[in-house]
Design a protein around this ligand. Structure first.
Ligand SMILES: [Zn+2]
Length: 98
C-alpha cells in the first residue's frame, strides 16, 4: 500500500475510533485552543518514524490525539520532542510500542 492510501486508511480508522469514543473536541487544550474548530489528528511521532513500523500504529489510540489546528501547530513547530512526549504521556499514558 502506498503512503497516500495508507494515510487515507488511517484517517478512516481514526475517524471511527474517535467517534466511537465520543471525542469530538481538542484534547490538547493549550492556551488559545480552538476547542471544536478545525480538528485533525496529531501523531505522537513524526510521520517518518512510522514508516518502518507496523501500519496499525498509525491508528493506535496511544499514538494519536484529536487536536485543533492551533494546538497541533504548537506541537509540531514550537515544542521539543520531550515537551511533545510530555503532552502525550499526560493524556494517553505510555505508548505500547517499545
Ligand atoms: Zn486545541
Amino acid at each position: 500500500m502506498n503512503r497516500t492510501a495508507l494515510n487515507l486508511k488511517a484517517n478512516k480508522k481514526l475517524h471511527t475510533m474517535f467517534w466511537d469514543a465520543g471525542i469530538t473536541s481538542c484534547e490538547i487544550r493549550l492556551p488559545g485552543c480552538l476547542n471544536t474548530w478545525l480538528l485533525n489528528y496529531c501523531h505522537r511521532h513524526p510521520r517518518r518514524w512510522y514508516y518502518d513500523k507496523p501500519d496499525e500504529l498509525l491508528w493506535d489510540k496511544k499514538e494519536v490525539l484529536l487536536g485543533c489546528t492551533h494546538c497541533h501547530k504548537i506541537l509540531d513547530d514550537k515544542m521539543s520532542k520531550e515537551e511533545r512526549e510530555e503532552i502525550f504521556l499526560k493524556i494517553r499514558g505510555k505508548e505500547l510500542w517499545t
